[in-house]
Design a protein around this ligand. Structure first.
Ligand code: SF4
Length: 373
């Protein structure tokens, strides 16, 4: 099974916390889409032997593309790949871009899942985040998508925000549940260097929540969503049964994916490629017949660590048998697993290890501690 990720590297405006690759100069949409279509054609062989199950339009902001250009990308995908086994086509959209006409167009192209970047239902958060929408637009956008037949909706939310009390976060979660969406991705705010937020924090204009409060938010999130029928299937992801993200789940399970567009990454089971994170260079390279990416063949150590890092974040856990096929499992590794199980941060069923609710607070640190190389 395999997936395609399409990175649309444009945004209306720059959110203060964001360090993704995008440009607010939208004067060269057409040239960029032409370059992406060349890349789709040039790299179609890479997924030749793997049935395509998912396509994911991320960014940036895919929903700001003019209709005709979104259609052009879909045309190139259909021309170059076999979509007969496709299960999920997701498009990320911001609330201010969602109209009934847009939803109808996306549906007619094959989109069956929308991911709406809500981030917060509170005006006070949206303003310092420099989001381009209001809470009212957020709620309207969800309703518009639902009324126009999108029955698989996911929204993004953020917690650990400045001055966010547990009560205020709980209200946000409840608002999300009340909308009737089938899936919620919730991320703890991180302050990345090279962002406007970083500067605001340096100048003490904003004070992020401390770790203890972030932990409390995380527990509230897990408890409230699981009590309301959502499965906590990955650290940041919750879905109603039957609505777990196909694309992301395949990624976490180590399936192949092809990333198209500036800064997009690809994985073919043994090597990883990453496209240049510069729009102009990306377009020029494709126009001149140059591959816009670098490639790295993963060592056994890399593969071992990656399986551990992604697997421990999911409800499927990590199969020690699979890890052992990549690298021999050391005594030290086994004793660390025993230690985490005794601490009640991890459980083991047969050859599978999982994190407990307590352990999920430290998922990345535990994985790193278990890295073999
Ligand atoms: S819309 Fe999304 S990708 Fe664009 S700046 Fe905001 S968070 Fe980043």
């Amino acid at each position: 099974m395999a997936g395609i990720y399409i990175h649309i590297p444009f945004c209306k405006q720059k959110c203060t916390y964001c360090d993704f690759h995008f440009s607010t100069n939208t004067s060269y949409y057409q040239r960029m889409v032409n370059a992406m279509c060349i890349e789709l054609k040039e790299r179609n062989e890479e997924l030749r032997n793997y049935p395509l199950e998912s396509v994911y339009f991320g960014g940036g902001t895919p929903s700001i593309l003019p209709d005709q250009l979104t259609g052009q990308i879909f045309g190139a995908i259909r021309q170059n790949f076999d979509l007969s086994q496709i299960k999920e086509i997701t498009l990320e959209a911001n609330p201010d871009d969602i109209t009934a006409e847009k939803v109808q167009l996306w549906k007619s192209l094959g989109v069956n899942r929308l991911s709406i970047g809500i981030q917060s239902f509170d005006e006070v958060d949206l303003r310092w985040m420099n989001r381009a929408h209001t809470p009212e637009q957020s709620l309207n956008s969800i309703r518009t998508a639902q009324e126009n037949g999108i029955s698989n909706l996911t929204i993004d939310l953020m917690y650990g925000l400045p001055e966010m009390s547990p009560e205020r976060w709980k209200k946000q979660i409840q608002t999300a549940i009340d909308t009737g969406v089938q899936h919620i991705s919730a991320y703890c705010l991180t302050v990345e260097e090279r962002t406007a937020l970083y500067k605001k924090v340096q100048r003490e204009e904003l004070i992020p929540s401390d770790q203890e409060l972030q932990s409390e938010h995380f527990d509230l999130l897990i408890n409230t969503l699981t009590e309301n029928g959502f499965l906590h299937y990955e650290i940041s992801n919750f879905g109603k049964p039957g609505f777990l993200a196909v694309h992301n789940s395949n990624y976490w399970k180590g399936q192949h994916y092809l990333g198209i567009g500036p800064s997009a990454h690809s994985f073919d089971g043994v090597s990883r490629t990453w496209n240049v994170s510069n729009n102009l260079t990306y377009m020029k390279e494709l126009e001149n017949g140059v591959a816009p990416y670098e490639r790295e063949v993963l060592t056994a150590g890399n593969q071992f660590n990656e399986l551990l890092l992604t697997g421990l974040r999911t409800m499927w856990g990590v199969d020690l048998k699979k890890l052992g096929e990549i690298l021999e499992i050391s005594e030290e590794f086994n004793s660390k697993v025993k230690y985490y199980c005794e601490k009640n941060w991890m459980t083991r069923e047969g050859t599978i290890i999982y994190l407990t609710s307590d352990g999920k607070h430290y998922a990345d640190a535990i994985a790193e501690d278990l890295f073999e190389i």
